[in-house]
Design a protein around this ligand. Sequence first.
Ligand SMILES: NC(=O)CC[C@H](N)C(=O)O
Length: 393
Amino acid sequence: MSDTEKKQDKTTATGAIALADGTIFLGAGAGAEGIRVGELCFNTAITGYQEILTDPSYSSQIVLFTFPHIGNVGANAEDHEESSAPATDAARGTIFREPITASSNWRAGEGFDAWLAKRGIVALSGVDTRAITRLIRENGMQKAAICNKPDGNIDLDALIETARSWNGLEAADLAAVVDTDASFENTEQLWTTEHGYGQLEDARYHVVLVDFGVKKNILRNLAQVGIRATIVNGDTSAEDIFALKPDGVVFSNGPGDPAATIQRSGDMIRAVIDSGLPILGICLGHQLLALSLGAQTMKMAQGHHGANHPVKDLATGKVEIVSMNHGFTVDPKTLPDGVEESHRSLFDGTNSGLAVKDRPIISVQHHPEASPGPQDSFYLFQRFADLMAAAGK
Ligand SMILES: NC(=O)CC[C@H](N)C(=O)O
């Protein structure tokens, strides 16, 4: 028996994950103490755990990493945090195979365990992450409750009940929880080891970015191609957006069910589409655009969470390797006339982008901002700037 397997024992366990179907995995608790409930998914990225856990799109989710060693480069506050919202507004829990080691990186500001505790994320190690991943592949993403109890006092029945009684992600407008309350501006560009963050001096374009839980790196990539952004939330009216005289509008990523968020933001999005302004939609923003155009979205079984997904640009025939994080998807069978697929996942053929006839719209399910992941899709930010140039902006 290895060290990690020894921990899967009722007398020594200090943490556990319980699924709504009654399945239990025992292990060693880490990070914040207590219990968290959420939807359990697996993520196949082998780097970027801090960016993943701070992505607001993971609100109300528990992220299991299939890569066994998580936390060994510690935590870095400078360029690894994707959310500007409070601690609990991104991933609630996390699971990995091996216990957290001491940080081994010159840029680590603090250890991963201390960072998890500070952010209120409950963690669990020493469990068979392959078995849990297979379970998700077979039965879909699960309602689950995770706990870290250093005294070993774990009430398994209560944990299962917590998982069962949770409402789940369907019909949840979580964007309303994680978006910004106050409007702000961004001119910060991408980070480099030599110079830190760049600053956009003479912006070529000004856009309004509608924040549903935006990752900071989307803002930085926009600034990198000369775009200054005014960030507003999804309750903003189309009139207030037009009053800011933007050259284009961006609909951001975000958590929860797009079919719920569209109830609140649908009128505004349809008015922005009708205005003819150039539009960029990313992930939840993509799903909201699809719904506004008359298509439908649906829940996926296992979802897409990773940093190595192949996606085909159907216009150029080129394949890009992308970062993914979504559990809902646009049903391509419901696309109305004039709306076509622009990108497709080569893993399972699901939709990864839309093009709208005679409209300057770029809309993708994947994450061109990476963070973490490959930067193959950076060209989409440039394409968006080109759309604004072509519109005479
Ligand atoms: N990253 C995102 O924007 C996720 C979109 C949506 N919440 C989903 O899970 O599909």
